[in-house]
Design a protein around this ligand. Structure first.
Ligand SMILES: [Zn+2]
Length: 451
């Protein structure tokens, strides 16, 4: 296999990654305006990246409203797309960082700074892959286009604009997950179930749609506390007791693996049914809890051979005198219709007098795993990484690959790369970057170079 890079190329990639990592491109909803819909730092990271692209010889385009940009090289109608994102999550508690999160350092061959793994590092480094290939004299079959999103960590408003206004791609990948390759991502549905307000009890337990709640606290009268404790003992559900406050203990898990966790909210709801046997909310929570205990869901078994089982997470319950709200997340197998799932759900909730209210839906990703594109990517990954057993994967997670047709999530982290995404001291080893670049170069060489 051809060796496309020398040390100078690698050093240049690292220097450019630093230029973009040093821009603290965290969504700032409080400081948005025309031309900078996610805040001025986010647009600054986009501009810095487009400047680098221009220096490398790409033609660039920046959405005048500041939602996205792209850089392109080559001619012809066919487009190979590489889709990354330039926004990052906040640094979190800076005391937990050994160095300033937005002043990238290279220490012992490792880049350290927010965005080195997710996703500035892989996005910028891949531009140097294309540059090195052109320097080596290759002619691409068409245009190679880098698409830069700027709202991946939040609401994906960038790609919504991009797909509405710009052309699609014929093949490509998103370097924002793990190797080997993800060809299927389940449909992702966040929704609320709404019911009437209640005067009997106030409750606010649980959290984000994508996490199994690991604790649920309620404060009751002395008499009720004793009764609830008894019921939880009978159910064999662990809890702690502090005066008249009971905290049911669960175990957190990502919603895509909901059955790996223990849902403290449904357990508490199940216990509270004994105190409020007439209240629909606790009848419903008990039904959900019983399904979880039986390792299934209230919708029964829904699955397909392509992507496995539907998962369901009950994330949060709020009861006020005005309203009852239950927040939930469902991950739908790629060949199952969302509408069929929603109507089955509506049938299930009707007896509990709950109303369905959709919050967010992301359509699934599904690319034929036997396609030439997927097979070539997997072959190259196996040859270069030495991981000969690797197979294309299915995921309950979400990448930009589902926003743009004909793309898959491909890298950029290796199975043995320590996962620092969204964490303090985010870092990426230059040797992993180099291996990633070799893989991407060979994929482009086999799929998109004139022979
Ligand atoms: Zn990312």
């Amino acid at each position: 296999m051809k060796n496309w890079f020398n040390e100078t190329d690698i050093d240049a990639a690292v220097a450019s990654i630093k230029r973009v990592v040093d821009v603290p491109s965290v969504l700032d909803e409080g400081a948005t305006g025309i031309g900078f819909p996610f805040g001025k730092s986010v647009v600054a990271a986009l501009d810095e990246t487009l400047a680098i692209a221009k220096e490398l010889g790409f033609t660039t385009y920046r959405d005048p409203e500041g939602y996205y940009g792209y850089a392109e090289i080559g001619t012809g109608s066919e487009v190979f797309g590489i889709i990354g994102h330039l926004d990052v999550v906040p640094s979190g508690d800076e005391k937990q960082w050994d160095h300033a999160p937005f002043d990238m350092q290279v220490i012992d061959g490792v880049m350290i700074g927010r965005g080195t793994q997710d996703d500035k590092g892989p996005t910028i480094a891949t531009m140097y892959v294309v540059k090195a290939m052109l320097d080596a004299g290759v002619k691409f079959k068409g245009r190679v286009r880098f698409i830069y999103g700027t709202d991946e960590e939040n609401l994906w408003r960038c790609m919504e604009r991009y797909t509405a206004k710009e052309e699609g791609i014929d093949m490509g990948f998103v370097p924002d997950a793990e190797f080997p390759l993800t060809y299927a991502e389940k449909g992702l549905l966040d929704f609320d179930l709404l019911g009437p307000g209640l005067s009997e009890i106030m409750l606010s337990v649980g959290g984000a749609y994508n996490a199994v709640p690991d604790g649920a606290q309620v404060t009751l009268s002395t008499e009720q506390t004793t009764k609830l404790a008894q019921v939880l003992d009978d159910l064999d559900y662990p809890y702690t007791l502090d005066g008249t406050t009971i905290t049911v203990q669960g175990k957190s898990a990502h919603a895509k693996d909901a059955l790996d966790g223990i849902n403290a909210v449904t357990r508490l709801g199940h216990g509270l049914l004994a105190l409020y046997p007439e209240l629909n909310i606790f009848k419903f929570l008990t039904a959900v809890d019983q399904a979880i205990e039986a390792k299934t869901t209230i919708l029964g078994e829904i699955s397909d051979p392509e992507s496995g089982k539907l998962t369901l997470n009950l994330a949060k319950v709020e009861i006020t005198p005005e309203q009852t709200r239950i927040a939930m997340n469902i991950r739908i197998p790629v060949t199952v219709a969302k509408d069929a799932v929603v109507s089955q759900l509506q049938e299930f909730i009707a007896p509990f007098a709950l109303q369905y209210s959709e919050i967010d839906y992301l359509a699934p990703l599904y690319i034929d795993r036997n396609s030439a594109m997927v097979q070539t990517m997997i072959d190259v990954y196996r040859e270069i990484s030495g991981d000969t057993e690797a197979e294309p994967m299915v995921s309950g997670g979400a990448t930009f690959a589902r926003t743009i047709k004909n793309s898959v999530a491909f890298g950029a982290m290796f199975p043995d790369t320590p996962d620092y995404m969204h964490q303090p001291n985010e870092r990426w080893a230059i040797k992993d970057m180099t291996k990633m670049m070799e893989i991407y170069a060979e994929v482009l060489n086999r799929l998109f170079v004139e022979k």
